[in-house]
Design a protein around this ligand. Sequence first.
Ligand SMILES: NC(=O)c1ccc[n+]([C@@H]2O[C@H](COP(=O)([O-])OP(=O)(O)OC[C@H]3O[C@@H](n4cnc5c(N)ncnc54)[C@H](OP(=O)(O)O)[C@@H]3O)[C@@H](O)[C@H]2O)c1
Length: 236
Amino acid sequence: MTTALITGATRGLGRETARRLAALGWTVWLGARDPEAGDTVAIELTHAYPAADLRVVPLDVTDDTSVTAAVRTVAEADTGLDALINNAGIGGRPVPPRECTPADFIAVYGVNVLGPVRVTSAFLPLLDRSAAPRLVMVSSGVGSLTHANDAAHVYYALDGLAYPSSKTALNMITTQYAKALPHIRVCAVDPGWTATDFTDHRGTQTVQQGTDAIVQAVTADSIPGMFFGRDGNVPW
Ligand SMILES: NC(=O)c1ccc[n+]([C@@H]2O[C@H](COP(=O)([O-])OP(=O)(O)OC[C@H]3O[C@@H](n4cnc5c(N)ncnc54)[C@H](OP(=O)(O)O)[C@@H]3O)[C@@H](O)[C@H]2O)c1
């Protein structure tokens, strides 16, 4: 049996990743900062996949106490942990650079940058015990410096400071984890523009399409590179 933990599994891409891994017969820990919302998802997915092993763990990625308790819960359940999917993320206030203040960065970096570091470092001892450990950072193509500097690319027009740079930072963090943890398959994935609450459901992809790279990152024998989307590698 293979076991995954997904942060932010109550909605959007996290929930769909949980659904797809449950359908594959994995044991899935639904990380939920609102455990009632997590329970609702677990019940819905268990109805759809009666054989699935879905478990809820309260987990707020910004809170040391919550993350420490989550590690204890998973360790005591003895499910092991093969794949950690750092999916939880927020967009923050969409303001142009002239109006952006340091305060705009605090919440966004707290969830999108410090969150994956807090969760990863806390769960590493469990991942270390897996025969085939995987660490996945749900990043974004808007964090690509190459796209942001390419006048021909659609992301050139995006002018946010906090959110795009949080994903650029996450990409570097991914790179450094990959070098430091050669026994773990580490990657960052770009879901692509997907219809979730995050995009006010304006994204053109379905959640199934948006989770293709995440699912590939944890299930495939090999992956295209260290930063990729459903269509292949994404430039850093
Ligand atoms: N949708 C897209 O087009 C797109 C594109 C590129 C990258 N991404 C990335 O994909 C990831 C998921 O996005 P999404 O579209 O699925 O977003 P979403 O529908 O807004 O869901 C975000 C999830 O993150 C959780 N979350 C937020 N803050 C948290 C915290 N402090 N601790 C734990 N969980 C927290 C939310 O939990 P609550 O329900 O409790 O709020 C929710 O489950 C994000 O990292 C995002 O940056 C999305």
